[in-house]
Design a protein around this ligand. Structure first.
Ligand code: ADP
Length: 451
């Protein structure tokens, strides 16, 4: 049997997530005539996704370990509501192969690639080997290492310090340690491995050459599992605080047409060969004109709206069609990129009740959020409460639009990073487009003081 055989269109999808991404998925489902089932923790009973979905099921108390991460409860909720598919959103169980497998075993469609593909790509060591097989340059580095093995130090010496120790199962900017001296290597491998074990239940770590100030560039992929793989341009996610993305844009100010083509030429055969299905991202570090494969995120990403703006494709819609029907409405050879899009992540610096909310609007402005007047931002989850996304004809136009949209945005009752984002997008270095991943750390004090 062809496991990628198109399935009949689904009528009801359960969304195994909360907040902004759950709202995002519900919106597209509504437009597709698909009913939605929300799941929520006790702390989220008044969350916007619960209000917008057709049905909602409480899956446990506030801590995500007792609610959004409990696979059995989520699958049970899907079975009890006759949901034919589960959309995992981002974070939580979205890249958990065991969850995807459990969903599949229960006769429910998982909106994502096959569990075996998630497993392969979720292991950064295996993903690097896979990328290399398809001729993609990878960041110089090792396979799995352990602290007692003298070979690790030898390998790091060969790479040259600084190096970065990473957890094979890591994610979300966690589980990485930069080491600048050989005598600190063994101890850091032990610490990293212990941290990886407790955070990701897998202590495997590996070493990469640490690039001092590269750009983070990634390709948005959409694939139907039947040989059609589309690249929806690249995103630049170089502005990062502690390896976590703050601002994203498409296209990248540091990517030439030649690089864009070379990245896609390596990525497409890999996704084809893997029979990849749905939305995915292949991440690279770029150093001048060189680029190195870093990892694949086998799910939709927070920053997908900038790609939606420049390609005019609803990524969630195509993801759902790809995974439930084995088809897409886009032609991989006819993707065109128009204008420039920028996204600012709006983070809550404190939890609390929203006492006033004014949402920016006008041409080329999009606000993806779960906030509404009077809602409560609980302390238990990711701090991102909104994404402000703009589109303009070129980068300067998009920047001017972002500045005016950030000026219009008012969120009261909690502390947010709105002013910090305004400071960054108006900074002359950001405006120049010439910066790397270490840049934010260099100006962090300035940003915090709003100077
Ligand atoms: P995660 O899966 O936790 O997001 P990634 O492997 O995607 O981790 O890396 C996140 C960020 O960490 C990158 O965008 C980059 O800023 C930094 N990073 C990762 N590997 C390297 C490296 N070899 N050299 C320099 N920076 C790196």
């Amino acid at each position: 049997m062809n496991k990628n055989k198109p399935q009949a269109g689904v009528k009801r999808i359960l969304i195994a997530n909360r907040g902004e991404i759950a709202v995002r998925v519900i919106r597209t489902c509504r437009e597709m005539g698909i009913e939605t089932v929300a799941v929520y923790s006790e702390a989220d009973k008044d969350n916007l996704h619960v209000r917008l979905a057709d049905k909602a099921v409480c899956i446990g108390p506030a801590p995500s370990s007792k609610s959004y991460l409990v696979m059995q409860n989520i699958v049970m909720a899907a079975l009890n509501t006759n949901s034919e598919a589960i959309h995992p959103g981002v974070g939580f169980l979205s890249e958990n192969a065991a969850f995807a497998r459990l969903v599949k075993e229960n006769g429910i469609i998982f909106i994502g690639p096959d569990p075996d593909v998630i497993e392969l790509l979720g292991d950064k060591v295996k993903a690097r080997e896979t990328a290399q097989k398809y001729g993609l340059p990878i960041t110089p580095g090792t396979g799995a290492v352990n602290a007692k093995d003298g070979k690790a130090v030898e390998a790091a010496m060969k790479l040259g310090f600084p190096v970065i120790i990473k957890a094979a199962a890591g994610g979300g900017g966690k589980g990485m340690r930069i080491v600048r001296k050989s005598e600190e290597l063994a101890e850091n491998i032990s610490i990293a491995s212990r941290e990886a074990e407790s955070n990701f239940a897998d202590g495997t770590v590996f070493i990469e050459k640490y690039l001092e100030n590269p750009r983070h560039v990634e390709l948005q992929i959409l694939a139907d599992g039947n040989g059609n793989v589309a690249v929806l341009g690249e995103r630049d996610c170089t502005v990062q605080k502690n390896h976590q993305k703050l601002i994203e844009e498409s296209p990248s100010p540091g990517v030439t047409e030649k690089m864009r083509k070379a990245m896609a030429a390596g990525a497409v055969p890999m996704f084809k060969e893997l029979k990849y299905r749905g939305a995915g991202t292949i991440e690279f570090l770029a150093d001048g004109n060189n680029f190195y494969f870093m990892e694949v995120n086998a799910r939709v990403q927070v920053e997908h709206p900038v790609s939606e703006y420049v390609t005019n494709v609803d990524i969630i819609r195509q993801q759902i069609l790809a995974c439930t029907e084995g088809r897409m409405e886009i032609n991989p050879n006819a993707i065109t990129l128009n204008g420039w899009s920028i996204e600012c992540r709006i983070n809550a610096l404190t939890p609390g009740a929203i006492t006033r909310l004014e949402i920016p609007g006008g041409i080329g402005v999009r606000f993806d959020s779960f906030l509404y007047n009077g809602c409560f931002v609980p302390p238990h989850y990711d701090s991102m409460v909104a994404k402000l996304i703009v589109h303009g004809t070129d980068r300067n136009h998009a920047l001017a639009r972002m500045d005016r949209a950030l000026r219009e945005l008012v969120i009261e009752g909690i502390k947010t990073n709105i002013e910090r984002q305004r400071f960054i997008i108006n900074h002359n270095v950001f405006r120049s487009g010439d910066f790397g991943t270490s840049w934010y750390a260099q100006i962090e004090k300035e940003v915090e003081n709003g100077r």
